[in-house]
Ligand binder design. Structure first.
Ligand code: ATP
Ligand code: MN
Length: 463
């Protein structure tokens, strides 16, 4: 006989009255000397299947190892449930215990552990309802992302994780080396001799696949990347990880408006897909953590995002009369508190801010005619702040080169990138979505460490 997943046991009426085989991990066990009830979960759904042991058929000894966390195979008849709270249950006929879980040692014995405690046992937390739900939503969203781009003819491009350019422009990098750090080879000037390193030069983990993404877009037309990125910044916030996943579409022949349209359609599609395919999990998270979750998700999907310039946004902030921790005026980078004021208090809608001062944005963004601003766009979300950052790219060779020289970016890193503008340059645009920020939004969790299975943050790289 073949095992049936719990999700199917609970929803397939044709199975009622038949013999089934359920496998999974015990969540709870209760009962009396006549009958024992076990809640079994196999990760296929937030719901458990109830296993009923008629103690006329089983001995106490046989059921002794059936404790929270132990793993079982149960054969029995699937019947409609007499009790409240479940539609059907398995009346056990045979029991096999795969593995026990010592009651004293197994840390997930009691319910109601704090999220902070669960982070300390991230190797086991996927077995909780909360992390089961979060990880399933995460997986659903990852699939939605591929589906969205695939349906629109985008090619999935794999950009390198190890890079030799230190000008990707998005933040501090983790160095990659095989040199013996206790015995570094030196050159004549007394500096580390990287010619002896693995790649013959300094390398690091990527902070963004965008520059290579542009190489792909100017050949394949429309590409997206979806992979890990690394930032060695000491930002201990609920919205930053040192290792996170990013989705970076890049499109030839798209201007900034096309780019905004795509970004808005994209996030709405993903949220809708999660509502359609992970509603059980989202409802659980709503009940446990965030009473307004579904309303907020629907609100974002159903409303147009507000679009305005950085300048207009700053004016609203200045005139708000609100005391911000970081003062704001034209030229300052917006902090999360400013972004959230615009989204949550002023417009009460997601906002796309455009046309930022060029000084606070990356060198590759297309310069506006005013000489002061660039065609950047940040998508700002309630609870999250910045969820997407993107721009139309500077496609003019001379302007891009001038900006690179102005900022002192070394040409050894840039020649291949500039070739896109030298040979058949085209208007093009793209953006980066932080995957965990999307998962945060859709799950209603408040700390980014709780939406990735094994978080890496300053001082923490466990499991
Ligand atoms: P922030 O201002 O929030 O630090 P950023 O402007 O440095 O972000 P970008 O370089 O524009 O970020 O990266 C694109 C997207 O990647 C961001 O909009 C965000 O969703 C996500 N992101 C950036 N840094 C992190 C991080 N450290 N952890 C998780 N997601 C991140
Ligand atoms: Mn950004």
């Amino acid at each position: 006989m073949k095992r049936t997943k719990v999700v199917d046991l609970l929803k397939d009426p044709a199975l009622i009255g038949t013999e089934v085989e359920a496998k999974g991990w015990v969540r709870t066990r209760r009962g009396n000397k006549h009958v024992q009830f076990v809640q079994l979960n196999d990760g296929s759904t937030i719901k458990n299947i109830q296993i009923v042991f008629d103690m006329a058929k089983f001995s106490d000894e046989e059921l002794k190892p059936v404790t929270t966390g132990s793993s079982l195979c149960v054969k029995g008849i699937l019947v409609e449930s007499q009790g409240k709270g479940q539609t059907c249950e398995v009346q056990a006929e045979s029991l096999l215990v795969y593995g026990t879980a010592d009651v004293e040692a197994y840390p997930l014995q009691k319910k109601g552990h704090t999220l902070e405690f669960l982070r300390e046992i991230a190797h086991l937390r996927p077995r909780t309802n909360t992390f089961g739900a979060v990880l399933r939503v995460r997986s659903t969203l990852a699939f939605a992302i591929h589906k969205f781009f695939n349906e629109r003819g985008f090619q999935y491009l794999h950009t390198p994780l190890i890079t030799a350019s230190d000008c990707e422009g998005a933040g501090a990098m983790f160095q990659v080396t095989t040199l013996d750090l206790n015995n570094l080879p030196k050159d004549e000037a007394g500096k580390t001799d990287y010619s002896q390193d693995f790649f013959g030069k300094p390398t690091a983990l990527t902070v963004s696949g965008q520059l290579e993404g542009e190489l792909g877009a100017t050949a394949l037309g429309q590409i997206y990347t979806f992979g890990p990125t690394f930032r060695a910044e000491n930002s201990n916030t609920p919205r930053h990880l040192s290792e996170f996943w990013m989705i970076e579409p890049e499109m030839a022949f798209y201007d900034i408006t096309d780019n905004m349209d795509l970004a808005e359609e994209f996030v709405k599609y993903c949220i809708n897909y999660a509502l359609d395919h992970s509603l059980d999990d989202i409802m659980f998270l709503q009940e446990m953590y965030d009473k307004d979750l579904v309303d907020r998700l629907k609100f974002v999907v159903e409303n147009d995002f507000v679009r305005l310039s950085y300048g207009e946004g700053v004016k609203i902030l200045e005139e708000s009369g609100k005391k911000f921790e970081f003062p704001v005026h034209w030229g300052t980078d917006l902090q999360s508190e400013h972004e959230r004021y615009l989204v949550e208090e002023h417009f009460k809608k997601p906002v796309i801010l455009t046309d930022y001062p060029k000084e606070i944005k990356a060198f590759y963004m297309k310069q506006n005619e005013d000489g002061k601003t660039v065609r950047a766009m940040d998508v700002l979300f309630p609870h999250i702040g910045e969820i997407i950052g993107g721009s139309e790219r500077e496609e003019n060779y001379d302007k891009l080169l001038a900006r690179i020289e102005e900022l002192g970016i070394p040409m050894k890193d840039m020649w291949w990138y500039l070739d896109t503008r030298r040979f058949g340059t085209v208007p093009h645009s793209g953006f980066g979505l932080g995957f965990e920020r999307l998962v945060l939004f859709v799950t209603g969790m408040t700390n980014i460490r709780d939406v990735i299975p094994f978080p890496r943050t300053p001082g923490k790289a466990e499991f």
